[in-house]
Ligand binder design. Structure first.
Ligand code: ADP
Ligand code: MG
Length: 746
């Protein structure tokens, strides 16, 4: 047996068990060994039978008085009943559907029994305890910290522990890839011991040491990837974009507003990066409305002044045309083009041709000939047909809204589209291009998702970060209330009063329709588990994501629309909007809302993006517990965009009155800072839940969390050192190679 031995080849393993393990992604010994318990039951204390109390998880050491099977005459279950005792008292034990127990356990034998105590009128009882014969040795495994694994139904802890013990027999032969230098300096447990120690620890110390070692391994690998990407970047060449001081000054002075301090700082960081001979690889984050566009425009302007082209990629057509309009306004003298699948526009040019197709070809030719300085568009720009003359800067706006797959092709396609450029981001995976020095464009991604610095450093360690941390002056914070069900009527009264004052309101629901039917989700997109176009922030609008679930109890746009328009506000103008409406219908409704022909708009999260309705002053969110903090924050950002004081009301559909949910929504009520909110979610739900990063292959953290600041720091320090002399660390080099091929294939 070795690490790649299939579970199906283990002795005495049933096919059903193999299948169920596969569902958990466990196929080989290695998979099994790295399937970690989420907690432990403490079975170390052997309790006297007379001291048992209801509900406790205990281990007793007892003698079997008698044992026999009974058949339930209605169900077809076999019940095995036993009476056991120690020197203090006797105890009843039952097992279900394990008739063989009556044969393998004999009266008079001594057992360790571990399980939960239940009491009824006849006294204490153990139900389906784990057993181990005392004769099997003194260190009975049941009398320890027993691992509890996250399992699917049909698998028992006992089955997994049984297989785990077999798998652990090969642990001593597992070689540790961490350099001994690090192991010694940090006093880390060697991998084989760590594996044994996380699954079957003798005590807390052994367990904690094991966890520390395994966490370090995860974080170290992540940091190594970042450090390598940085090192590689320094080998690449990018066009030097000389800082055009006077031009930039004129640009800033010509703006109708004063830049905020962090806009200035971010712009400065970007312009400095562009001057360097290596490709910039920077992430600019800042909330919706914080003014990222103007910062990108400065970079594009600087680039154009150096006679290089800039590409601006955005995820939707709406955003593309919005940007085209803003860039034309901001940079009236520059030659700008817009290109999406359905539209093309070009500033300051009269077409020679009359047909759309040939006009489109004219635009493409102008881009190729370098006659356009700034090219704005959707992924249509990534088509093989689009070539650039001298690309200097690539800007990706709302980069998190590009799906996992799109992000990957984006990187590859841009590299193809501009033969001289390879994109600097994470592309050491495609080592094909890693020959000598590569000429590459500068890369700026922008996102409105608040990414706390701690997370950004961890997962985007190869990126430099700029953040716009304040909103332009004069915006009033939105007053937020988490409203209990009893006060729903008051919220409605409040909305009515606002509408009387001339304002408008949004009502956001997590679902389109309350019904349980099945529509397959698009390939490659993880179903968010609901009929819905809102829960996956990367896809909305025309890209409705539809999942499957039983949704009867959840708030939906259609049912809320019914209720509000007929019962609550029959005298007001209520309408609805969701991603499955046709493009023209959506536009029509948005226009009607803008021209105040609609008072209340019931919607899915399609209103999350591209909606600027300064007259709306109320954002009411139904089923708020179903949205992540970052997304709730985006909704809230839809109001309070003008001089009117604005309000956000949250309602929860959670009936269990979960403390977690209450705490989360209360936290949201009290905090207006998107970064704080994202951090809150991150620490509780992990980066995967918050940003969908896990699926993207960015991060594979099983144990480590952002809270492990010390380990993160030492992992980063060591990664820096090791990458400088990777040749001296062959086991690390191999590990990285394995890691990358795995990610690449998946
Ligand atoms: P986002 O960061 O969401 O992309 P935008 O760049 O679209 O934000 O900016 C939102 C609005 O704020 C725009 O109308 C823009 O002109 C305006 N704006 C940007 N910077 C400032 C500023 N410093 N002061 C006032 N308004 C600004
Ligand atoms: Mg923007």
């Amino acid at each position: 047996m070795n690490l790649s031995t299939k579970i199906s080849q283990f002795p005495r393993v049933r096919k059903t068990v193999v299948k169920r393990l596969e569902k958990l992604g466990i196929k080989t010994t290695a998979d099994l060994l790295f399937y970690f318990p989420t907690r432990y039951d403490d079975f170390r204390q052997i309790v006297k039978v007379k001291d048992l109390c209801e509900g406790a998880a205990v281990t007793v050491k007892v003698r079997v008085e008698f044992i026999s099977n009974k058949h339930g005459w209605r169900s077809h279950k076999t019940v095995t009943e036993a009476l056991v005792s120690d020197e203090t008292e006797s105890l009843r034990v039952v097992w279900f559907n394990q008739p063989y127990l009556a044969k393998s356990i004999k009266s008079g034998e001594w057992l360790y029994l571990s399980g939960k105590v239940k009491s009824d009128m006849l006294g204490a009882q153990l139900v389906s305890p784990i057993y181990e014969k005392v004769a099997n040795g003194i260190n009975a495994s049941t009398a320890c910290l027993a691992p509890i694994y996250p399992l699917t139904s049909g698998l028992t802890q006992k089955q997994v522990r049984f297989l785990m013990k077999q798998a652990l027999e090969i642990a001593p032969a597992v070689t540790d890839w961490l350099p001994s230098e690090i192991m010694e300096k940090l006093d880390l447990t060697p991998l084989p011991d760590a594996l044994a120690g996380i699954h079957f620890p003798k005590d807390e110390i052994e367990r904690d040491n094991a966890i520390k070692r395994l966490k370090f391994g995860e974080l170290f690998l992540l940091q190594l990837r970042s450090s390598l990407a940085r090192a590689k970047k320094l080998k690449q060449k990018a066009p030097k974009i000389k800082f055009q001081e006077q031009a930039i000054k004129d640009f800033v002075n010509g703006l109708p507003f004063v830049l905020t301090a962090s806009q200035k700082k971010s712009a400065w960081e970007i312009l400095q990066d562009l001057e360097k001979p290596h490709p910039m690889n920077r992430l600019l984050s800042g909330e919706v409305g914080s003014g990222k566009t103007v910062v990108a425009a400065m970079a594009a302007y600087d680039t154009a002044s150096n006679n290089f082209q800039t590409v601006i990629l955005v995820p939707t057509e709406i955003l593309a045309s919005q940007h085209y309009a803003s860039f034309k306004k901001l940079l009236p003298k520059n030659k700008i083009a817009l290109l999406t699948n359905s539209q093309f526009r070009i500033s300051d040019f009269i077409f020679q041709n009359t047909t759309k197709a040939s006009q489109r070809r004219e635009v493409i030719k102008k881009i190729k000939d370098g006659d356009r300085e700034i090219i704005i568009g959707t992924h249509a720009l990534l088509s093989d047909k689009i070539k650039f003359k001298n690309l200097g800067l690539i800007v990706v706006d709302e980069q998190h809204r590009f799906g996992v797959e799109q992000r990957r092709t984006l990187k590859e396609k841009v590299a193809v589209a501009c033969p001289d450029a390879s994109v600097g981001m994470l592309d050491f995976q495609t080592s094909r291009r890693d020959v000598g020095t590569i000429k590459s464009a500068h890369f700026l991604s922008m996102t409105a998702t608040p990414i706390p610095r701690s997370l950004a450093l961890l997962i985007y360690g190869d990126l430099d970060l700029s953040a716009i941390t304040e909103l332009p002056l004069g915006r009033k914070p939105v007053l937020t209330r988490y409203v209990s069900a009893d006060n729903r009527q008051k919220a409605y009264d409040f909305i009515r009063a606002q509408i009387k004052k001339g304002r408008q309101a949004f009502v956001v629901c997590p679902l389109i329709e309350a019904a349980s039917f099945v529509i397959p989700a698009k390939a490659g997109i993880q179903s968010p588990g609901s009929i819905d176009d809102s829960l996956d922030p990367r896809f909305y609008g025309d890209d409705t994501v539809i999942g499957t679930t039983n949704t009867n109890d959840k708030k939906s746009v259609l049912s809320e629309y019914e209720k509000l328009s007929k019962k609550i506000f029959p005298d007001l103008r209520v309408d609805y909007l969701h991603g499955r409406l046709k493009g023209a219908e959506k536009e029509n409704i948005m226009n009607k809302f803008k021209t105040k022909e609609i008072d209340i708009l019931v919607s899915t999260s399609v209103v999350e993006v591209g909606v600027d309705m300064p007259n709306a002053s109320v954002m009411m969110i139904e089923g708020a517990e179903r949205f992540g903090m970052a997304q709730l924050h985006q909704f809230r950002g839809r109001v309070g965009r003008a001089e009117h004081q604005s309000y956000c009301f949250l309602f929860s559909t959670d009936e269990s009155n979960s403390e977690d949910i209450n705490n989360r929504l209360k936290y949201f009520e009290k905090h207006n800072d998107g970064f704080k909110l994202a951090e809150y979610d991150l620490e509780r739900r992990g980066p995967g839940a918050v940003y969908g990063i896990e699926q993207s292959g960015h991060v594979d953290l099983k144990l480590a969390t952002l809270g492990d600041r010390d380990i993160i720091k030492s992992a980063r320090d060591w990664a820096g050192k090791v990458v400088e002399n990777l040749a001296d660390y062959p086991t690390v080099a191999t590990k990285i190679k394995d890691f990358n091929t795995k990610i690449h294939w998946e």
